[in-house]
Design a protein around this ligand. Structure first.
Ligand code: SAH
Length: 216
């Protein structure tokens, strides 16, 4: 794995594109400029790694489009040391961005093959503080709750109750795409033990949020 000047240049162009597309959070843009996205893709896609597109990562899953990663990361307003749960590790790219933003990251994946792949890549890249789990994220990660932030990177038909309940309060934030074929991004802020504020934002297309685990 090498990160050449050419890759760095392409990454800078990707960040310029994200800025043009409306991402204004400079902290998030700096994190996107820092993480080599081509490490998370199959060699076959290396040439395209810095296009604003999703790509297959095997097991019928995709690495999210850079715009989507930047959009969700910006909504989370990560503060250094925030305890963050990600549902849907996939390639591990979003988890790496969260770690660069200073979060203490817990990430869970239901596809065993992807879990192993992402965990070893993140370790190899020096992100060994990211805690990877194999399991169904529908239940969250109760033993490590509460979380300051929770991010779901697959399209959920409904907001799992357990995820709301694992938010810290006041101020815990859950960012989750909700819907069947097309999803609306929801930002849910926990105000108190029983009160939540919900904002419905833009539309996206994610791979589906599925129940249970898939052994490879
Ligand atoms: N954040 C990823 C995006 C991967 S696509 C990245 O940066 O590459 C979404 C991932 O969510 C897929 O890998 C899929 O297997 C996983 N997923 C779907 N439903 C899940 C569930 N209930 N629990 C955990 N992971 C889930």
């Amino acid at each position: 794995m090498t990160d050449t000047y050419r890759h760095k240049g392409l990454r800078k162009r990707m960040v310029d594109t994200l800025r043009q597309r409306g991402i204004s959070d400079e902290t998030v843009l700096a994190a996107m400029a820092a993480v080599p996205r081509h490490f998370f893709l199959d060699r076959a896609f290396e040439e395209h790694a810095y296009e604003d597109k999703p790509f297959p990562i095997g097991h019928e899953q995709t690495i999210s489009q850079p715009f989507t990663v930047a959009y969700q990361s910006a909504l989370l307003h990560i503060q250094p040391r925030d305890k963050v749960l990600e549902i849907g590790t996939g390639s591990g790219y979003q988890a790496a961005i969260l770690a660069v933003l200073g979060a203490r990251v817990y990430t869970i994946e239901r596809q065993e093959g992807l879990y192993h792949q992402a965990k070893s890549l993140l370790d190899q890249m020096g992100f060994s503080s990211i805690k990877c789990f194999f399991g169904d994220g529908t239940a969250g990660l109760k033993q490590f709750a509460p979380f300051d932030k929770i991010i779901v990177t697959a399209g959920a038909p409904v907001v799992p109750e357990s995820l709301r309940e694992q938010l810290n309060w006041p101020g815990g934030v859950l960012v989750i795409p909700v819907g069947e074929s097309v999803q609306m991004m929801h930002k849910i802020t926990r105000l108190s033990a029983t009160q939540y504020q919900e904002e419905v934002l833009d539309s996206f297309r994610f791979v589906p949020f599925l129940k249970g685990v898939k052994k490879s």
